[in-house]
Design a protein around this ligand. Sequence first.
Ligand code: CA
Length: 673
Amino acid sequence: MHHTVTVLSAALLLTSAATTTTRAASTYDARFEQYPTYSGDDLELKVDSSGTHFRLWSPKAQEVRLNLYNTGLNGTPYETVNMTFHPENGTWTASFPKALYGKYYTFQVKYDGRWLDETPGVWAKAVGANGKRGAIIDFSLTNPADWADDKGPMTENFTDVILYEMHHRDFSMNPSSGIANKGKFLALTEEGTVSPEGEKTGIDHLKELGVTHVHILPSYDYNSVDETNLQTNTYNWGYDPQNYNAPEGSYSTNPSDPAVRIREMKEMVKALHDAGIGVVMDVVYNHTAENDGSNFELTAPGYYHRHWDDGSYSDASGCGNETASDRPQMRDFIVNSVKYWAEEYHIDGFRFDLMAIHDTETMNEVASELKKINPSIFVYGEGWTAGDSPLPAEQRALKDNVSAMKDVAVFSDDIRDAVKGHYSKAEDRGFATGKPGNEETVKIGIVAATAHPQVDYSKGNNSKSAYADSPEMIVNYVSCHDDLMLTDKLRKSMPDATDEERMAAAKLAQTIVFTSQGTPFMFAGEELFRDKKGVHNSYKSPDSINAIDWSLKARNRDQMDYYKGLIALRKAHPAFRMTSAEQIARHLVFDKIDSEKIPNLISYTLKDNANGDSWKDIKVIFNGSDEARVVKLPKGTWKAAVLDGKVDTEAGLGNFFKSVTVAPTSAAILVRE
Ligand code: CA
């Protein structure tokens, strides 16, 4: 994400961290080292045969009250009780001898002689409208039919995954979606929906496209949308966390019934799983929407966030604060929270927002604990922060530290910026749009930032070293919800071109992404050449900016077919999905091209049945210049699978001997017969 500050590159941040000496890590935090911790699964609320039990962790509270309500909003408590302290683990408890299903609760903490505002705590798994009160519900009644047998796709290697990043409202709000439950979890359960022109939309579109996983923007309960007034149709990306362990109410058909959002999110997961598609949650444990008013602060003041020496909140998120994953209770919180989503909601993967605010130890624990639940679950994140942090740079889950994290991947800003131009300089062009000087950085992307004998990292624009030990540590992309999406970037950086020319550039850019080693990632609607009307930070822009116009699918059918073809090609050919750096170094050989003389041309061979591919030798050529290029071919008959803006997985686009001419701004992929 980023909605208040533009995301900085990891390289920039490392520099800033190294030169910042005035604000050392805070001694303000030292007292927290003494806090006893508690991570039992009965934290905050547990209902069992003996009744309803509350247990709040707040070791420095002077008193804690529990308020019980009949309603999720408004009114006064029907009962308030003082909770009992247990100094050995820092928790406060209260129990009732029966199941209080249908009731709501808040905690209230007295700290430094002052009663703080009410809070549902940090572990509320069900909440009333707007998430102000926890709800006591019977979770066994929230499961869809056959939920016990529900399973996501099996993923052996992360490089087999094809990620599709989407937002609930983007996907279904436009009338052209033909979807009934617009902007809701249930939108993804509707089969048979079509655009006015009869093209498939919704989940059928995802099946047609062939992506393996959807990566859905934040779906936990966030702060910015008033769930009691959904008629106003407020849009937000959702990077403003409120309750981490309950779904967002505005995506449900009834935010006032705490069970509905839970059941409907599970129905969404089930429908996607039945379609063979996995579900990745975008998680934002790095900061909270509010500072003093956050559930963390109202529960255990000062503990869960980092601060500077002067007591002020540090702000590596650029959103006002940052959390403290390096403290045991916060680390447990993150680990147990993702485990909860994996177990209760059958989530298949987690994308960590501003992951470098967290420490590598936490991320390693996250990944290893999730693998115990389901080895197919994968974890990736943004290997950067959006500001300085008291956490030492060497502990941060930065892109440059990814090799210190097992089973965690990072986004490649190398390939992103090198292919299409700088993310924040709108007019800047990249390799695919004719700007020379990006060739070596694109090659860094092609080899997934692993060590390769033919890649000179000293010429990398964003990175100067092979930071990934394995291609499974890298997510390749050219655009996402942040910054200008691809269509808008191409319109701004190619102001004199036609959309037809820009679509050719988009095809080339995505061919690089979908054939590179690592895991490919695309932003929803790029396959239809949709735009966001040039808005680069659309986090609260209306649906008129953000929602996909599905009528584009018929109009830009050729673009859709190309993306679909690229995905099919990647799925059919493991050569594009190698699993180790050694494999890549052995099987991927670049042709020697002097970029000074022939800029914007990259050509390489995937040789000797790479990664068990049925194709022995595959030639991949990217021409980002505005001139046609003739590329020599070794002896034999070469059959084209990609040429002149077309993809054919059967390689029936023509036979070539000795050389192939690659049109301006296009890719060619050929296989030797
Ligand atoms: Ca909410």
